[in-house]
Design a protein around this ligand. Structure first.
Ligand SMILES: [Zn+2]
Length: 250
């Protein structure tokens, strides 16, 4: 299981020469309700990437980037939010370093719903301004339909992952059950945005605490380690398939 930070430099060089795909897990440190650890988004992405690399030695797991962009959760104790400018610069400089060492297949593997748009803007700028091609993908994008099947009973309004709901709680129960039940499992299925904005498909930045005092979006009581295990397995399989196709691509 090649993990960037555990290798010596000649082994990194070897990986670059072999054309390994570098998968860089990116997440955030932010509140995840009363019951889940703050690093949930980074940890899930990292564990999927590491399991994929265990199966396929041509995947090199880049250093996990735990820091992210989370203005909506920043007021909850423990959350650490970088500004958009700082986060963009951080990601660009990491990717630039990876590319400097000769890697041409680089993917950002995101676990945080709140930086989907920003990460796309960053990879667009890397391509446009520096000629560095990077793919960005989200772990939950690998299993969109499966989440709908496994968590149909959660009835999440708009978006199936939610936040600290059944999906993320199940993943934590599967990966590290001992840290997945630190407090009460609060269910909150309200809207993620004021109604007049949601109705027109618009977007407005809203402090999470105004919508959900616990910070949860979803129904964590519907989680199970079994569902998490199934979802995790599918993510690993599909990340491996993606890496194979990326390696074979022009
Ligand atoms: Zn999360």
């Amino acid at each position: 299981m090649p993990v960037w930070s555990e290798l010596s430099w000649p082994r990194i060089e070897e990986c670059a020469e072999r054309g390994c795909v570098v998968v860089i897990p990116i997440g955030v440190i932010e509140q995840h309700g009363h019951h889940l650890p703050l690093d949930t988004d980074a940890f899930i992405a990292q564990e999927i990437a590491r399991a994929a690399a265990k199966r396929d030695p041509e995947i090199l797991v880049g250093p996990t980037v735990p820091f992210g962009f989370t203005p909506s959760n920043k007021n909850f104790p423990g959350s650490i939010s970088l500004t958009a400018a700082t986060w963009s610069a951080l990601i660009r400089e990491i990717v630039r370093s990876v590319a400097r060492h000769g890697f041409t297949r680089i993917a950002l593997f995101n676990g945080h719903g709140g930086q989907v748009s920003l990460s796309r803007a960053v990879v667009s700028a890397l391509q446009d301004e520096e000629g560095i091609r990077v793919v960005v993908l989200n772990w939950f994008g690998l299993v969109d339909k499966d989440m709908g099947r496994l968590f149909a009973d959660e009835k999440m309004p708009g978006g199936r992952v939610g936040h600290a709901g059944a999906v993320e709680t199940s993943m934590n129960l599967h990966l590290r059950g001992e840290l997945a039940s630190q407090g009460s499992l609060v269910t909150h299925l309200g809207p993620q945005m004021p109604d007049f904005v949601r109705k027109v498909g618009g977007y407005v930045q809203t402090p999470r605490e105004d919508l959900s005092p616990s910070g949860v979006m979803g129904a964590p009581n519907l989680a199970s380690a079994e569902k998490g295990g199934e979802l995790f397995g599918l993510c690993v399989e599909r990340l491996c398939a993606f890496a194979r196709e990326y390696r074979d691509s022009e």
